[in-house]
Ligand binder design. Structure first.
Ligand code: C2E
Ligand code: MG
Ligand code: MG
Ligand code: MG
Length: 289
């Protein structure tokens, strides 16, 4: 009956709320410990030139290896860390570590490998982040032009006033700006036109379906044309199949990222790839045959 249903859903509701709160508190405490005990690691995923197959850069992606629970996905802890403000400390660590790794790669002779770093919504609202980044770049002595900051459409929209200014200041210094997860937020074409961005990253959600859904194929093609028309480069994220790669290459997408090339891996593995002169020219050019 209606009454029973009501009762059931009430019980379910309180239990899950309580459970959620406990999990939440547990997570906040473990995050605090994770920061202190340095349980975070950065992994890197290659960004591949779609025409030549060369590795142009890497996206730095944070990994949390919890002492008891093992791997925890950034999709699970980044949103919570945003809520609690702990993202500020994690974000600083990410910036420092990624720039330090960039320094190491420059020292190894791989100076023009771009480093692309994700910046969270809260950090974008903090108008000091561009100065923080500038200080780190200076103290590491690395080249500004090979640093790229990724911000999601949603993060920009949440802080449209400060975000625009912070991004503009970073861009004025020569840092590249990429709009991440493009197509999943609510920004309008006016923002795409006016925001100080160099690169559009098409969300994996569209790439995933291009083999089955003509509509997604059409959207991706249109976004590439639109971005190029506005003078921006395009990265397709989440490429997993040769057919997806072939399609994206045909429509003139500039840069590819996805498991087809490499999963995100530790710095040491990236260093081996660089030393071996790894490139994906066969994969990239072979697909048209
Ligand atoms: P994102 O910035 O859009 O990063 C791309 C995500 O797609 C990564 O997930 C990457 O591992 C995954 N990916 C790449 N290629 C493929 C593919 O071919 N197939 C599939 N299924 N997935 C692919 P990850 O590392 O789990 O990160 C998830 C999100 O967490 C990121 O999305 C980003 O929003 C956030 N994140 C990760 N690291 C950081 C960080 O250092 N700072 C901040 N603020 N956010 C981060
Ligand atoms: Mg990203
Ligand atoms: Mg992305
Ligand atoms: Mg994404």
């Amino acid at each position: 009956s209606v009454k029973e249903n009501g009762k059931d859903s009430y019980c379910f509701y309180t239990d899950s709320m309580q459970e959620k709160t406990l999990k939440h508190i547990d997570m906040i405490n473990s995050l605090r410990r994770a920061i202190e005990e340095e349980e975070f690691v950065l992994y890197y995923q290659p960004l591949v030139n779609m025409k030549t197959g060369e590795i142009e850069g890497m996206e730095a992606l944070v990994r949390w290896f919890h002492s008891k629970k093992g791997f925890i996905s950034p999709l699970d802890f980044i949103p919570l860390a945003e809520e609690t403000g702990q993202i500020l400390e994690i974000g600083s660590w990410v910036l420092k570590t990624a720039c330090n790794t960039k320094r190491k790669w420059e020292d190894m002779g791989f100076a023009d490998i771009k480093m692309s770093i994700n910046l969270s919504s809260k950090r974008l609202a903090n108008s000091d982040v561009d100065r923080e980044l500038e200080r780190i770049i200076q103290s590491e002595g690395i080249s500004v032009k090979d640093i790229q900051i990724e911000v999601t459409e949603t993060a920009v929209m949440k802080n449209i006033n400060t975000a625009g200014e912070v991004l503009q200041r970073m861009r004025d210094k020569g840092i590249k700006i990429a709009l991440d997860d493009f197509g999943t937020g609510y920004s309008s074409l006016t923002y795409l036109k006016n925001l100080p961005i160099d690169v559009v990253k098409i969300d994996r959600g569209f790439i995933k379906n291009i083999e089955e859904k003509k509509q997604d194929e059409f959207i991706v093609k249109t976004v590439v044309e639109l971005a190029h028309g506005l003078g921006k480069e395009v990265v397709a994220e989440g490429i997993e199949t040769k057919r997806q790669l072939e399609f994206l290459r045909e429509i003139g997408c500039d840069t590819a990222q996805g498991y087809l090339f490499s999963r995100p891996v530790p710095a040491a593995e990236i260093e081996n790839m660089l030393i071996q002169g790894k490139n994906y020219s066969e994969l990239v050019t072979g697909v048209t045959e």
